[in-house]
Design a protein around this ligand. Structure first.
Ligand code: ADP
Ligand code: MG
Length: 222
């Protein structure tokens, strides 16, 4: 059974279709990149998968609990500027709703493991607004990982980051995919930066125009 199975999906805004007849199957452990021009429907697809946008027709079967899915929306890291510390922000990812004790021993253990894995121990008590773009993005990934998801969905997470920081960021994603067996779906423009990782490529232009391996995509593109 696939982790995610999408069939004949159509999604529109007012009278205009953003996605048409999307069929997509994603298995556990895959690393899938959604690529395509601006306006090709990448964000709409991930929003529909997580339930933020309603489809007109078609089905989305997610064969894990929604609590096992973490979603990092597309936004400008420069806007992330308020006086909470990295640790405070990461802990909000445990998604507890007024239960006591608010943070369990397990949450604290996962927190420790996650900040070690992302090499952000030194940032814990810094204010998020004072961090660089790359550091902010690691804090947000830590926040997404603290609930121990099985599926991580990212929408253009490296927008605005420079080449080296982007490379480091992708190294971490690759490690999470390989070592933690995390399934990853990421909307991105960074095809060249992913040359080492060779994710599965799903190229969108309202419809799925290409779905296959990275090397096949490189041939197809030319
Ligand atoms: P991408 O993430 O690939 O840039 P989007 O999913 O954001 O693409 O957009 C797909 C299409 O849907 C575009 O034509 C865009 O203008 C339109 N669209 C996206 N969000 C909205 C919205 N909130 N209201 C109206 N149209 C939208
Ligand atoms: Mg988008």
């Amino acid at each position: 059974m696939s982790l995610l199975e999408i069939k004949k999906l159509n999604v529109s805004y007012s009278n205009h279709y953003a996605l048409e007849d999307i069929d997509l199957k994603i298995d556990e452990g895959e690393y899938v990149c959604l690529v395509g021009e601006n306006g090709s429907g990448k964000s709409t697809l991930v929003k529909t998968i997580v339930g933020l946008k309603k489809q007109d027709s078609g089905t989305i079967n997610l064969n894990i609990e929604l609590g096992k899915v973490s979603y990092l929306a597309q936004f400008n890291l420069k806007d992330l500027n308020f006086p909470a510390t990295a640790k405070e922000i990461i802990m909000t990812g445990t998604q507890k709703h007024g239960k006591l004790p608010f943070y369990s021993k397990k949450d604290k253990e996962v927190y420790k493991r996650v900040i070690e894995q992302l090499h952000i121990e030194d940032l814990q008590n810094r204010r998020i607004g004072d961090l660089s773009g790359g550091q902010k993005q690691r804090v947000l990934i830590a926040r997404a990982l603290i609930s121990e998801p099985e599926l991580l969905i990212l929408d253009e997470p490296t927008a605005g980051l420079d080449y080296n920081i982007t490379q480091e960021f992708y190294k971490i994603l690759k490690q999470l995919n390989k070592e933690n067996k995390l399934t990853i779906i990421m909307a991105t423009h960074d095809i060249e930066e992913l040359a080492n990782d060779k994710p599965r490529i799903v190229y969108l232009s309202k419809k799925v125009v290409y779905d296959g391996n990275y090397d096949g995509w490189k041939g197809y593109e030319k």
